[in-house]
Design a protein. Sequence first.
Length: 318
Amino acid sequence: MPACAICLAATADETEYHARCVESLFGTSVIPSLDIARAEVYRLAAKMAGKMSISGVQEKISLTLSRDKKVLELAPTGGRYILKPEPARFSSVPENEHVTMCLALLVGIATPPFGLVRLKDGSLAYVIQRFDRRDDGSKLHVEDFCQLSEKPLRDKYQGSGELCVRILRKYASEPLIEVRKLYQLLLFSWWTANGDQHLKNFSLLTSEDHFRRLAPAYDLVCTRLVIPDDQDLALSIAGKKRNLTRGLWLDFAAYCQIPERAAERLLVNQAAALEPSVRLIHDSFLPSELKTQYEAIVRENTAAIAGAPNRRPAKPRR
C-alpha cells in the first residue's frame, strides 16, 4: 500500500495522504493545490533572495494558504510555509529531509508540521510550517545560536556541542530542560549522519508566554546520503567530529550536567529506535539504493552506542 507523504504510514485507499495528516499541516482535510514547477521554484527563489528571513544555500520559497485553504500561494513576506524542491546539484534531498524529520518524531524530538507535496511537473518538494509565525502571520522572536554566540555567519561551523550548552545556560528560561533536549537532538543528528547541523540550525524561540526555549528541530538531513565522503559533524562533541562512542556521549552528558543514568536512558532509547527507524526508512520516498545506505548508517551508529551501562568507578572521597 502507498505511504502517506506526511507521516509515512500506509494509506488504505490508494491516496498519497491521510486526511488527518493534511489537517495537521494545512488546517484542511484536502491537500492544497500548488501550480508551480521545479524550474519555477528556482527562478522564484532567486527573486526572493534577500527578501526572506531564511538563510541557507538550498533553493526555497515562502508560501501561504489562500483564504479558502485550497491553494498554496507565493508569499515573499509573511509566509506561513517554506517549500524546498530537489536542489539543482543534489538528488532526493526533499525525500531525505522528510524521512529524517519523521525519524526525529519517532524518538520524541519536537518538530514543526511538515510533509512532501508534488509540484506541477510531478516532482516532490519538502514543505514545512514556520514555527516563528503566529496564525495571523506576525512573527515570534527567534535567535539562532550563531547570533547568540556573537559569531558572524561565516563562522557558523566554528563551534561545539559544549558551546551550544553554554548558550542555553545563559539564555534559556529553563536551562536544565533545554540542555537535555539539545543533547537528544545532537545525539540524533550524529546517529543520522547529519554533517550540516551548524550553529544556525539551532535557535531559541521566545514563545507567547515569554519563555525562551529551544526551537523545534528543523533542517534535519542525512548529509552522508548526499555527500558520501562527508564523515565529520559540523560541531564537535567532546572534542571530536567523527568516530563518536558511547563513552564520549556519556562524557558530553556529564558536561551537560545530565545524570549518568538519565544519559544512559537517552542512549538506550536512541538505540532501541533502530528497527522502527529502519521500517520508516524503507517506507519512505527515497530511492531503493539510498534506503539501503541509510539503513547501514543507522545500524553502524547504533552499534557504537549500544551495550551494557558504562558504570564508572566511584571517585574516592576526600
